[in-house]
Design a protein around this ligand. Sequence first.
Ligand code: PMT
Length: 406
Amino acid sequence: MLIALGVTGGIGAYKAVEVARGLQKRGHDVVAVMTPAATRFVGPVTFEAITRRRVITDQFEAGANADIEHIALASTIDLLLIAPATANIIGKLANGLADDFLSTLYTATRAPLLLAPSMNTQMFAHEAVRRNLDTLAARGVRFVEPGEGYLACGWIGKGRLAEPDEIVAAADAILRPAGPLRGRRILITAGPTLEDFDPVRFIGNRSSGRMGYAIAAEAARRGADVTLVTGPTSLEAPAVREVVKVRGAVEMHQAVMSRAGDMQIVVMAAAVADYTPVERADRKVPKGRDTLTLTLKRTPDILGDLGRQRLARGGGPLLVGFAAETEDVVAHAAAKREAKHADLIVANDVSRADAGFDVETNAVTIVGPDGAEPIPLQSKARIAAEILNRVERLLVTRSAEAGHHV
Ligand code: PMT
């Protein structure tokens, strides 16, 4: 979703930087619109670096009006969020004044407006401001109430800009219909693991990370709180709460097991090495011999350990594993589901050229408690959505069984 983040000239403007970041972490695209007064508190470059978009600061900037920018933006944004919103901008919006880019954008857009007011306590209580707020509320504008406490002006009372997390959550709530994944803590693994046997060489596999990254992006889009544990890839990580970069299987095991206790869902899309060299030479292994023998040992089975742990504790995260197979795909996947005590196994026929490792598309069979369901060839983004639809269904069923609402 595209959000125009309006920043006006209040001391809370610095918190808007955190708001922009938080919105991105939830998968939204942000364009910052700053009033001239806001630029006295925070530099536009800060927002530009974070949003990776040009920051709009001036309605009459040369070159910005070729497509009548406020009209172009007005018709593409999904939400106009103003944080902090000063008494001045509230007054302008309530009364239809349009003398700068932000107020013009408001009158031109049909996107919902969310305001996070911030001002001195007396100003917030002033009859003129109250009237303007009432006018906006009657128009359907939504608010994130300011907090109480010490204000920058030295007063104590109501008027401090709400915390960035609260503003982000309020924006997100307007944009997303509440689904079962919203607010759930989900850990997703992606990519290969690389098993080093000297300082420059390793044993690896062909996983690009695309499948796991697509699931992470889709989960974030659905409002989940996403942790992505990734082996080395060349992909840009989606904007999620935490990205943990690992290299080998042992490191991935440690990264997953140390976080799994806090998770409600774990999806293991990574192609974790089953074996790793027993020894890692400190120096580059010299060539010369005609053959080289490496002795390998089993790596920890991350999904297996998660399944065993859940069984032993009588509860834990919902577990989704993958199975990369070349024959008897569904039977092998069903066996893996049993052996690893997983809820769902996403079976990949990796003998196909258009599915599995290092391609843009995938075709899978999802093996769950109700049997096997084939999902035909499509983009990994859409496969990710299908997988998460099944996860959501399971969450709903489990909650109903446990007797509470999702
Ligand atoms: O990254 P891409 O290029 O997009 O390719 C996607 C993919 C083919 C890597 C992905 O769709 C996939 O199939 N991932 C799992 C690959 C795999 O390791 O399959 P497996 O059958 O060997 O393992 C079964 C399950 O156990 C997997 O969930 C795996 O993450 C997990 N596992 C495996 C070994 C191990 N030591 N620990 C594990 O947790």
